[in-house]
Write a protein that binds this ligand. Structure first.
Ligand code: Z57
Length: 845
């Protein structure tokens, strides 16, 4: 406010506010200006990287105008905001999305053509912003898109990793990890060197009494690290797809980078010959935001990871509190102005941190503070897998965050006293629900802390939300009652996953529905049902799928050197490699298919349906079983793809380095995709929704969101198989305590692997033994027969092109529910209690 331009001068200013471009010529002018000035390149020195830079900067200028305006309006209006805390934001590329949002992709395509470049080549110059592992990080990115699209005042808070998820290379059939240095040119971020927070670690706690006898506690940190804000304009809403009356909302994603606090790299040390020590201090500070931990659904308890979590929580909370304090409201109003959503337990330290700020720094009474804290937070659980539930050792917390540990103990004490009062007869309950696990060393159960410190806990699909209430949080349902728990089934943004990834399908739908409104209200897709018998529509629908398959086939030829037939059934499983997701079930099924082909006469082979089995996904670098699965897939591919008996009937492809931008090519090109986790293990899954939205059918277990997808699209349009979640426990128990036989077809597959048909069998022994000898925890053998049988059903169904087309069209038409817009509206209504903030075009803040 102090720095605003005085009223009489504002007209002079407004005369020069940039207006953006609307024609290809105006675009060219902006792009060339950026290339020649901002980037200091010229006509004689402009490669595709520079052309990307110029294009991105031209669009960035355009976005920034909306962004500034949105931020100004939000500050001015000062209504309740939501803060989405996530250690991961898997954004992918920004340019294509920005062009579509701004609504000037066509003029840019023409403009780049005039300058001698092809749009596709320019788009592919951009590094993915890969600040996430998998589903959880991509969900956060879809949520940012929807929060902006629906005009919710919202900020994302995350870490600015210098290295995102590693790049995967496949060398001799093995995964090799290569660092992902993505920041050498990133036009989408703005470093705010003036917005910083000092974050403390280690040190000790002081207690004293003031003159009035009031107790005080303060924490004196032993190490200070500086958090610097980097702001990313986080997706503007798709208003220009559906020309409207409002100024687009452009929210902010604030990512914190770490650097040495001033004084750390000090000239004292520098001059007194301690140069190396001072550089070491600096490096230690920068290490905090250096690298994303590459584990998905696994926590390993590393000190640096805990430092990352606290660094990010402390900086974000300081920022949120600073903004709140500017409004001069009383603390009681904090939860009316601020909703903080915890994306999994990774940001749980924000709870004791806010309690510390209120009690130690702002002088509130404990109970008054706790009331504010527990009204402000909401917690989303994304998994029930025991190995993914975060626990931090008490000694580590004592060392790194001594005051927070005390606060956690006090929260626990109050909570346990409450439980004791209400359940005086159930003495065991106290041990079961305590935040502190009485192990050696003692551990802090972060999910319990998150739950106790939040007013709502949600799961991410119906089955999952039911499961958390009957398993990991069973006691807490008794303690708090069922209303504390809710379900918000995940969703995906149709802007990126339909309009951007599959522009032809988006255009076809728009031509039938009379415009692109469905991108803002996905339930409108249901109107497609009335075109299901429209011959022209069906033909065009099929041609689009075919063209998308041709494009993927070209990618496969370029990257894998294998020719695949686009007329074959494309069967895709792309996701992180994990035992519970059961890529092993898929590849064993592929081997079974191969053996079947080999056993037939040349004549009988002609009756078979050609298939391409496509895999992609990264294994955590320390996850040996997952790496073995990747190796097996590649070895099977080597054998099958070079077997002249097989030809087009079967190809096995492992696509290197699966990421968001590859997903945009792969998703629209599938006929069938696989979502085949052991029932009860996949909390939701979100790629299942992406494939369906693009007219691919799915084979899946009754798990996660597959169940709701089935309810929406009808069971005649999905291929379900396998045991149900309710039977899994008994089956596992039976494996451990009875003798069990391998399913015969699977036994045959294992025999062939043992014989060395896919290379040294020793390489795969741990994988096979896990199933044969160690209890088959993921029930691969139990589900194998029904999996294979269902794959045969798919072969038959695919031969009937007409009925397949009907299934695919109906699937698309019935996906309306799975937009992340619906999902965000549910969060806003039932958890955040916030309203949209729409800015009319002629309103000036
Ligand atoms: C992650 O990607 C997910 C859960 C986790 O606890 C962690 Br850590 C990482 C995934 C689930 O596995 C998916 O089923 C779910 O769709 C996704 O989170 C988004 O909710």
């Amino acid at each position: 406010v102090e720095a605003s331009i005085p009223e009489p001068q504002r007209d002079a200013w407004r005369k020069f506010t940039p207006k953006g471009f609307t024609t290809s010529e105006e675009f060219e002018k902006e792009a060339v200006r950026h290339i020649e000035t901002t980037l200091a390149r010229s006509l004689y020195n402009c490669d595709e990287v520079a052309a990307y830079g110029g294009t991105a900067l031209a669009f960035r200028d355009r976005l920034i105008l909306d962004w500034n305006k949105t931020q100004q309006t939000q500050t001015f209006t000062d209504q309740k905001r939501v803060y989405y805390l996530s250690l991961e934001f898997l954004m992918g590329r920004a340019l294509d999305n920005a062009m579509l949002n701004v609504g000037q992709k066509d003029s840019a395509t023409k403009g780049l053509g005039d300058l001698g470049f092809r749009m596709e080549d320019i788009i592919s110059q951009e590094h993915d912003a890969a600040l996430g592992n998998g589903g959880l990080g991509r969900l956060a990115a879809c949520f940012l898109d929807s929060m902006a699209s629906l005009n919710y005042p919202a900020w994302g808070y995350g870490l600015r990793y210098r290295y995102g998820i590693f790049k995967q290379e496949i060398i001799d059939g093995y995964q090799v990890e290569v660092p992902d240095y993505w920041l050498d040119f990133n036009p989408w971020e703005f470093a705010r060197h003036d917005i910083t927070v000092d974050v403390q670690f280690y040190g000790h706690v002081n207690r004293w009494q003031d003159d009035e006898g009031k107790q005080h506690t303060s924490w004196e940190g032993g190490e200070t690290v500086l958090a610097v804000a980097f702001d990313v304009p986080a997706s503007i809403e798709a208003d220009r797809l559906v020309p409207g009356y409002q100024t687009p909302t452009c929210n902010n994603l604030r990512l914190w980078g770490s650097k040495a606090a001033s004084g750390e790299f000090d000239f004292q040390k520098f001059n007194s010959g301690e140069y190396e020590a001072s550089v070491a201090d600096q490096q230690r500070a920068e290490t905090i935001s250096a690298v994303l931990y590459p584990n998905d659904n696994l926590e390993r308890g590393k000190e640096l990871r805990l430092k990352q979590q606290y660094f990010w929580c402390a900086a974000s909370l300081y920022d949120i509190v600073r903004r709140f304090k500017k409004t001069k409201r009383s603390w009681k109003e904090f939860p009316n102005q601020v909703a903080i959503q915890l994306n999994d337990t990774h940001p749980t330290l924000a709870i004791p941190e806010l309690q510390r700020i209120l009690v130690d720094l702002e002088g509130l009474e404990w109970d008054e503070a706790w009331d504010i804290v527990s009204k402000a937070f909401g917690y989303t659980n994304h998994t029930v897998l025991p190995e993914a539930l975060e626990k931090w050792s008490v000694p580590l917390l004592q060392h790194l965050l001594p005051r927070h540990l005390q606060i956690i103990y006090d929260i626990n004490l109050n909570f346990l006293q409450f439980v004791e009062r209400n359940f005086p007869k159930d003495r065991d309950m106290l041990g079961r629900v305590s935040i502190i696990e009485e192990s050696n060393p003692k551990m802090v159960r972060m999910a319990y802390l998150a739950l106790i410190g939040s007013h709502k806990v949600n799961g991410v699909a119906e089955l999952h939300s039911d499961l958390i209430k009957t398993t990991i949080f069973k006691d807490f349902v008794k303690i708090y009652g069922p209303d504390k728990f809710t379900n918000v089934t995940n969703g995906i943004t149709p802007r990126r996953w339909l309009h951007q990834a599959n522009p032809r399908l988006s255009a076809l739908i728009a031509s039938k529905l009379g415009g692109h409104e469905f991108l803002k209200d996905l339930t409108l897709l249901s109107k497609l049902e009335s075109f299901v018998d429209d011959k022209e529509f069906r033909k065009e629908f099929r041609e689009i799928k075919y063209a998308n398959k041709v494009r993927l086939a070209k990618h496969i030829k370029e990257h894998n050197g294998v020719t695949v037939n686009p007329a074959a059934l494309f069967d895709v499983q792309v996701k992180r490699i994990h035992e519970y997701k059961r890529q092993q079930l898929n590849i064993f099924g592929v081997i079974h298919r191969y053996l079947q082909i080999k056993s037939l006469s040349a004549e009988d082979r002609k009756k078979l349906a050609p298939r391409v089995s496509i895999f992609g996904g990264k294994a955590a670098p320390g996850y040996w079983m997952a790496k073995t699965v990747i190796h097996l897939i590649n070895k099977v591919g080597d054998v099958v793809n070079n077997d002249p008996d097989v030809g087009d009937l079967l190809k096995v492809i492992f696509l290197e380095d699966y990421n968001v931008s590859k997903a945009e090519i792969i998703t629209p090109a599938s006929d069938i995709s696989e979502h085949i986790s052991t029932a009860g293990t996949e909390a939701s899954g979100t790629s299942n929704m992406k494939f369906c939205l693009n007219g691919g059918l799915i084979i899946g277990t009754c798990d996660g969101a597959n169940i709701e997808i089935t309810r929406e699209i009808g069971e005649e349009n999905i291929f379900l198989f396998g045991n149900l979640a309710e039977d899994v426990e008994d089956l596992r128990h039976a494996h451990l305590y009875n003798h069990y036989e391998l399913e015969p077809k699977l036994a045959k597959v294992f025999d062939e692997i043992h014989k060395g048909r896919f290379g040294d069998a020793g390489a795969f022994s741990a994988l096979l033994n896990g199933i044969v000898e160690h209890g088959d925890y993921y029930l691969v053998s139990d589900d194998f027969a029904s999996y294979v049988q269902t794959q045969e059903l798919i072969d038959e169904a695919y031969k009937d092109t007409e009925s397949w087309t009907t299934k695919a069209i109906l699937t698309v038409a019935r996906m309306g529910f799975f937009s992340s817009d619906r999902c965000i509206d549910e969060y806003a209504e039932s958890i955040w209690n916030i309203e949209p903030l729409v800015q009319k075009k002629d309103d000036e803040a």
